[in-house]
Design a protein around this ligand. Structure first.
Ligand SMILES: *[C@@H]1O[C@H](CO)[C@@H](O)[C@H](O)[C@H]1NC(C)=O
Ligand SMILES: *[C@@H]1O[C@H](CO)[C@@H](O)[C@H](O)[C@H]1NC(C)=O
Ligand SMILES: *[C@@H]1O[C@H](CO)[C@@H](O)[C@H](O)[C@H]1NC(C)=O
Ligand SMILES: *[C@@H]1O[C@H](CO)[C@@H](O)[C@H](O)[C@H]1NC(C)=O
Length: 251
């Protein structure tokens, strides 16, 4: 999996196209970007819940080179450098779910704890997510480890522990499409709910480093002087992956 680029201005309206090149990574322009905290403060924990939207509509693939779409929130020491780990429990969907070793139907998402590393993606087996199910996520630093925990209805369905490569300073979201032999279609909007981010040291200005790119949020604030930060929700808009209006392409 590829990382998003650090905050690129929207350029879509200029020379918009209605299809994307094959074998490309396409990133939806509706995301948030949080970090870094000031001084020596670091991110020690993030929790949030996502009910994934309906699976993408209008996706097409003509060969075994599958399209897939992934939705995630990830934490990293860097703002998007591919040289650092990105702890990113993720939803994944493709027209052929079995190709990713997931027992979900084509109408459902799969989910797994997963980490991008410079040496490749290290993830757990995918678990099917029944339609309209809220999934709870936790990314927590414990000593020199990062523990990702994915929970459905109070039951842990996926968990991964990795060595922390460097202290976490960023948390950001992405909607990612790999076009493969075809195109990813349209992803409906969804919300990242009950987002709580815990810092190692108080940073009363942490809300100033929350960037919203075509998303809206409810009330990102701290009630304990800057250690714990909470937003009721961050609302991600619908993305037409096949239109350059809504996306950035990394061919
Ligand atoms: C891109 O956006 C412009 C302006 O809203 C619109 O006129 C155009 O139809 C859109 N193009 C595509 C491919 O969606
Ligand atoms: C999603 O599943 C496809 C196979 O269907 C796989 O090739 C791809 O690597 C998976 N994406 C991620 C981010 O793991
Ligand atoms: C999921 O929610 C959508 C939209 O509310 C609804 O149309 C659909 O029937 C629901 N699916 C299930 C399996 O409950
Ligand atoms: C919101 O998140 C907090 C912290 O993870 C958790 O204790 C609480 O139960 C969650 N609230 C809801 C409504 O899920």
């Amino acid at each position: 999996m590829r990382l998003i680029h650090a905050f690129v201005p929207l350029i879509g309206a200029i020379g918009a196209v209605a299809s994307q090149p094959t074998d490309s990574w396409v990133f939806g322009d509706s995301l948030f970007y949080l970090g870094p905290p000031s001084g020596n403060s670091r991110i020690t924990k993030a929790t949030y819940s996502i009910m994934p939207p309906a699976v993408p509509s209008g996706a097409k693939a003509s060969t075994k080179d599958e399209v897939w779409v992934s939705v995630w929130v990830g934490a990293s020491s860097s703002a998007g450098s591919q040289d650092y780990d990105l702890y990113q429990p993720l939803f994944n969907w493709s027209l052929d779910q079995e190709s990713q070793g997931c027992s979900a139907s084509v109408e459902e998402w799969c989910v797994a704890a997963s980490t991008y590393t410079p040496d490749g993606q290290v993830g757990q087996d995918y678990v099917a997510v029944p339609q309209n199910t809220t999934v709870d996520f936790e990314i927590a630093v414990e000593g020199k480890k990062v523990i990702q925990t994915v929970t459905i209805d109070g039951e842990v369905v996926s968990k991964q522990s990795d060595t922390l490569d460097a202290a976490l300073q960023y948390l950001y979201s992405s909607n990612e499409c790999y076009t493969g032999s075809g195109s990813c279609g349209t992803l409906a909007g969804y919300s990242i709910k009950n987002l709580t981010v815990t810092l190692s040291e108080a940073d009363t200005g942490f809300a100033d480093v929350l960037s919203l790119d075509s998303v809206t949020d409810k009330n990102f604030k701290s009630t304990d002087g800057g250690i714990t930060w909470h937003a009721d929700w961050i609302k991600v808009t619908s993305i037409d992956f096949d239109s350059s209006n809504d996306t950035e392409v990394d061919a």
